[in-house]
Design a protein around this ligand. Structure first.
Ligand code: UD1
Length: 339
């Protein structure tokens, strides 16, 4: 079985490529390397013993996409990660986000619609729920008006796939709504490689721990939560990667109930920012330099998943604890700063 992984050199894409290869799938990666390095291929090869096929293509280039599909007419599935993901940047550059995240999705679906049978996994996000009214969040929770162009691209992306599936019975698709991915592969051959100053909590913590950043700013401790800091759900990237393989298998084996389905992918357990910091301190044995500052605009107070649908329907369950995920993130940080 030959699977296209777009954005396969990125954080979640590289871990998913590993899991696919370990299950015997042949992986073809497309990446434009705008936020990833070709060296990630070496990490995937070191873990799996096999170098995936790689083509440096920018999916915004329609002709290159057509050319790719002509040369690879035998694809059994597509997992689509390639997208821009920084919430703040999306506010400043909305058109970049709409072009990158939605234009490319349309091109891919145009090609898949022409195939006799197509299986498609979309990288969506819990951000589609915004601040949900009740916790944990089920897949039926309303999708509220997006708070950023990034969030809007995930909402519209899901709608584009759903609309296309309605008129394309041979297109079978699943959107996976992730909660906050973190960690690194236990081999420490691949992990998260944020460019510039990390916007996300965990890489900022590990970079502060290693001395690259002076201190972490905790955005607000006056929220209506137990310790006053925001609650999120943090999922080990390997657990998340495995969910993609299971979802793809569901489509390939024709076990899906509808030709468009949506699943939350998370652990079901929320953690506050302070709990995440304490997890770092526990696994690293280091005190983290942090300071409480004002709230960050646009932050939701709480977001954690009801994962019952993924657990029972996909037969998938996250295995790793926050501490295990944090330990791998810390080991990865130490490794990349040593090299
Ligand atoms: C958000 C989106 C997520 C998206 C991600 C992309 C929601 C619920 N989640 O994640 O879908 O993929 O952006 O970047 O909309 N924090 C600090 N100090 C820091 C960094 C973060 O205190 O330096 C806090 C934040 O206030 C938040 C938590 O840590 O409470 C997690 O923040 P972050 O890692 O940026 O992820 P989200 O905002 O949850």
């Amino acid at each position: 079985m030959k699977i296209l992984v777009t954005g396969g050199l990125g954080f979640i894409g590289s871990h998913t490529s590993v899991e696919l290869q370990q299950k015997g799938y042949e992986v073809v990666i497309i990446d434009n390397c705008s936020n990833a390095s070709e060296e990630v291929l070496d990490g995937i090869t070191a873990i799996t013993g096999k170098k995936p096929l790689f083509e440096k293509i920018d999916l915004r280039n329609k002709e290159d996409v057509s050319d790719f599909f002509q040369r690879h007419s035998d694809l059994d599935g597509v997992i689509h990660f390639a997208a821009s993901k920084a919430v703040g940047e999306s506010v400043d550059k909305p058109l970049l986000y709409y072009e990158n995240n939605l234009g490319t999705l349309v091109y891919l679906l145009q090609h898949l619609s022409k195939q006799k049978k197509a299986h498609f996994i979309f990288s969506s996000s819990c951000t589609v729920y915004c601040q949900a009214d009740t916790m944990p969040i089920t897949e039926d929770a309303p999708v509220k008006p997006a708070e950023s162009p990034y969030g809007n691209t995930k909402q519209i992306g899901e709608e584009i796939i759903q609309d296309t599936c309605k008129v394309t019975p041979h297109l079978h698709a699943i959107s996976l709504r992730y909660f906050n991915p973190m960690g690194a592969h236990p081999s420490i051959e691949i992990g998260e490689l944020p460019t510039g100053v990390p916007q996300n909590l965990v890489p900022f913590i590990t970079q502060t721990g290693i001395g690259m950043r002076e201190k972490l700013s905790v955005f607000g401790d006056d929220y209506p939560t137990e310790d006053g800091t925001c609650i999120r759900e943090y999922i080990h990237v390997v657990d998340l990667a495995k969910a993609h393989v299971v979802a793809l298998k569901r489509l390939i084996e024709g076990k899906n109930e509808k030709n468009y389905e949506v699943f939350n992918v998370g652990t079901g357990t929320g953690s506050s920012v302070l709990e995440v910091i304490h997890s770092f301190e526990k696994v690293s044995g280091k005190k983290l330099n942090y300071q409480i500052v004002g709230r960050r605009q646009g932050d939701v107070i709480k977001a954690f998943a009801d994962t019952a649908k993924a657990n029972s329907t996909l037969g998938w369950k996250a295995q790793s604890t926050l501490d295990e995920a944090m330990l791998s993130a810390w080991q990865w940080e130490q490794k990349i700063r040593k090299d």
